[in-house]
Design a protein around this ligand. Structure first.
Ligand SMILES: [Zn+2]
Length: 125
């Protein structure tokens, strides 16, 4: 049985997972960047060139791209929020792929109908 608007199983799974993520999970549309930094404390090893490993989130704030430093205590949170965004993005891509398949099938049908019309016109000649 065919229903208009019925999704394949894999598309349904992707859609419901995406809806769940967007509905109740925090996320940040950015990417994590490891960055070595200087802490500024006098006499610290970093002043001699031994930098502290650090983490930043690269994201857009309004029109501007920014690097936001992540304190160690928030690293796990930052990683989770960015990875939620990445998963949501992958799900969007998967759903889009299914929609593209559907679109291309629709295009085939339109083209098929076009050929029929051409055929009829041919008969009339
Ligand atoms: Zn330091």
């Amino acid at each position: 049985m065919r229903h208009r608007g019925q999704f394949s199983r894999s598309e349904r799974v992707a859609r419901s997972r995406l809806a769940k993520l967007v509905h109740d999970q925090p996320f940040l549309c950015g990417s994590l960047v490891s960055l070595n930094r200087v802490c500024g404390k006098e006499g610290c090893k970093c002043s001699r060139g031994e930098l502290h490993p650090g983490l930043c989130i690269a994201l857009r704030v309004g029109e501007k791209r920014k690097m936001i430093y992540v304190p160690q205590a928030l690293e796990t949170t930052a990683r989770r929020w960015v990875s939620t965004y990445q998963e949501a993005w992958q799900l969007m891509e998967r759903i889009s792929q299914s929609c593209l398949d559907r679109f291309l099938r629709g295009k085939e049908r339109v083209r098929g109908a076009g050929r029929e019309r051409t055929g009829q016109r041919g008969k009339r000649r």
